[in-house]
Design a protein around this ligand. Sequence first.
Ligand SMILES: Nc1ncnc2c1ncn2[C@@H]1O[C@H](COP(=O)(O)OP(=O)(O)OP(=O)(O)O)[C@@H](O)[C@H]1O
Length: 266
Amino acid sequence: MNTAALTGGTPKISIRDMTLVHVNEERRQSNVSVENLTLDIMENEFLCVVGPSGCGKSTLLSAIAGFMQPQTGTVTMNGERITKPGADRGVVFQEYALLPWKTVLDNVALGLKFRGVPRADREAKAMEYIAMARLTEAAKKYPHELSGGMRQRAAVARTLANTPEIMMMDEPFAAVDAQTRLSLQEELLRVWNDNPITVLFITHSVEEAVFLADRVAVLTPGPGKLREIVEIDIPRNARHWDTITSDPEFIALRDRVMALVRDQNG
Ligand SMILES: Nc1ncnc2c1ncn2[C@@H]1O[C@H](COP(=O)(O)OP(=O)(O)OP(=O)(O)O)[C@@H](O)[C@H]1O
């Protein structure tokens, strides 16, 4: 855990009193999805966001990604207001992250291509990230030739190859089977330990959040406000599924976060 960052370091992302409203002009409807949310995401921390369905987790991600603007309040990165999407913020979604007509190598190299990096350089760089995701053997394969877990590892490699300042993940492992999901979580922590980066990870799974995070932000039922932040001080070298589920600290933190999510009195 990046304790220095959490106890006085610099926030990478600062959200202040942010309200996000989805407006449907045709139907003359508006829907307040996030209300008066204040939250910092510290440099190189792994922050998980949990909360009841519809509480605004994905909407929060959209604002940091620059896909939508707050109606009131602010969202900044390194002190600068976020006004549009940018390569400095990478997003991994649950599905559709890879272009089906491109190989793993071309998918991972795509962002570098857009930035004008010459072919040999971008392929060498992409292969480094592919190796990190343990996909070297699959570099020339197309997404439909990969398992769901391999596809998500490729999606993470593609995002990290763009060297963003923050990687945001919206339920990235929700579509894979339970066993694959556990190994993807361990793999993600291995990669993150080797490549420190700020991570915002959205999930429905309290266990997943407590396993991965430095801190878990629990939102209230929609419109989402911050209910509580729970610090997860389980040592990084204890984050293995074969042992952690019998660790009393893990059990206590999981139960605490679960109680916060289930309490509907926002
Ligand atoms: N494009 C949109 N137009 C109108 N309302 C929207 C739109 N997208 C989301 N909403 C509404 O905003 C609220 C928050 O949705 P959001 O998807 O951010 O929640 P969530 O916490 O990510 O949900 P889930 O856990 O079910 O994925 C919900 O009431 C949803 O119906």
